[in-house]
Design a protein around this ligand. Structure first.
Ligand code: CU
Length: 147
């Protein structure tokens, strides 16, 4: 019985380590900044999750943040089209095929997350994560590295 428990414990610990490797927690603040400029995504993850916490105090209409995943080359155009899409669409044009994944927009004290499959990202392509809230993309973006 003890032996089985030990095996079970090892299995659970192994799963925990794997789960952690396939997600990252980041923050956005009232100074229009994420706390990271780079996220490394292991290719081995079936799914990868970015959890975003808005650690600011301002409401989402004034200083909302989200996380959008796309090719670096598409970033500015997606953000521009997102302004017209408005807050109801989380500042992402509906059915925008350039967007790989995006989260909802959250205000101060709120959390959101975005999931995507690393297998959908091509080798040799430059990917970014960024905030599509109007005016934020110039400061709120970083590199998404798949390794
Ligand atoms: Cu933002």
């Amino acid at each position: 019985m003890k032996k089985y428990l030990a095996i079970l414990a090892v299995a659970l610990l192994g799963q925990q380590a794997f789960a952690d490797e396939c997600s990252v927690d980041i923050t956005g603040n009232d100074q229009m900044k994420y706390n990271v400029s780079e996220i490394t995504v292991p290719k081995t993850c079936e799914e990868f999750t970015i959890n975003l916490e808005n650690v600011g105090k301002l409401p989402k209409a004034a200083m909302g943040h989200n996380v959008v995943i796309a090719k670096e080359a598409d970033k500015m155009a997606i953000a521009t089209d997102g302004i017209a899409a408005g807050l109801d669409n989380n500042y992402v044009k509906p059915k925008d095929e350039r967007v790989i994944a995006f989260s909802t927009v959250v205000g101060g004290g709120e959390k959101t997350s975005v999931k995507f499959k690393p297998a959908d990202l091509k080798d040799g392509e430059n990917y970014n994560f960024f905030c599509s809230f109007p005016g934020h993309v110039s400061l709120m973006w970083g590199k998404l590295l798949v390794k």
